[in-house]
Design a protein around this ligand. Structure first.
Ligand code: GLN
Length: 272
């Protein structure tokens, strides 16, 4: 048995952020964190001790809390989906800023995972038909749950990249993707080892997903359509030269993230 003050001290020793500590107490242990802060003692069961063990092994706290906040939504996460990152939320705000006033009837979030992007697109373009796809059935199930929790209607599709949409002759005004883009074999923080590896890694050059996406993009993007991608900043030059090589008839624009890294690509057909 562990009491709330001990737990709080141990979480702080493990450098857990104040916001995460508050969420753990509130949502995981269902205890009023303000009371904990003023020293009121609560006894916690073995769940809290197991959590401490996991956290000390770099297990992602978002999986323990069970959700993250993203674009003013609660997005459920479990080890079947990547934990949405702040950069991805930045991408969504960028799309809102750049495309929010354009006519978007159909949009696709490819490699949707938790559906964080797809659901954000539905909020930005409430009248558009939104599709979100993933190759992982378990991810689609989490995405479905998130659509229900947030009362947003999107179409979830199990698909290997664009395959389903090509087979069904479907084209989109807007395509967004944060595909796997890390080089296989790259040593990462231990915490990433708990996330779905299929959502992270993409061939020894980190470009397998982008190779596939760029190759078929023309088949699924409408004439005046636009696509946005999150890319690996450290692999930026290779990614953009691959895009230039394959998407010859397209304008490719790089956009930096808040940390001034080359993080996003905007791709649209060039008109002379
Ligand atoms: N679209 C999801 C995200 O941005 C999942 C991305 C992925 O699985 N590579 O978080």
């Amino acid at each position: 048995m562990i009491n709330s003050t001990n737990l709080l001290n141990q979480l702080r020793l493990l450098n857990v952020s104040e916001a995460d500590i508050r969420d753990l107490f509130t949502y995981r242990y269902k205890i009023d964190y303000n009371q904990v802060l003023i020293g009121r003692l609560y006894m916690l069961d073995s769940k809290a001790e197991m959590d401490l063990e996991l956290i000390s092994n770099q297990y992602p706290i978002s999986y323990i809390i069970g959700f993250v906040n993203f674009f003013n939504m609660k997005i459920t996460v479990n080890p079947s989906v990547l934990i949405p990152r702040p950069e991805t939320e930045e991408l969504v705000y960028l799309i809102q800023r750049k495309q929010g006033n354009t006519l978007v009837n159909t949009a696709l979030d490819l490699c949707t995972g938790s559906a964080c992007i797809g659901l954000s697109l539905k909020k930005i373009f409430p009248h558009a038909e939104i599709y979100a796809s993933d190759i992982s059935l378990k991810a689609i199930q989490v995405a479905q749950q998130n659509a229900e929790i947030n009362k947003l209607e999107i179409n979830l599709v199990l698909s290997d990249y664009f395959q389903y949409f090509i087979n069904h002759n479907m084209k989109f005004d807007l395509i967004v993707s944060n595909p796997p883009y890390i080089k296989e074999g790259e040593i990462l923080d231990r915490s990433l080892g708990y996330e779905p590896q299929i959502a992270l890694y993409s061939g020894t050059d980190g470009l397998t997903a982008f190779y596939n996406i760029f190759t078929y993009l023309d088949k699924v993007l409408n004439e005046h359509g636009v696509a946005y991608f999150e890319i690996e900043a450290n692999n930026y030059e290779q990614t953009i030269s691959l895009a230039r090589e394959i998407l010859k008839a397209y304008t490719i624009e790089t956009i930096k993230d808040m940390s001034n890294k080359n993080r996003f690509l905007k791709v649209s057909k060039r008109y002379l």
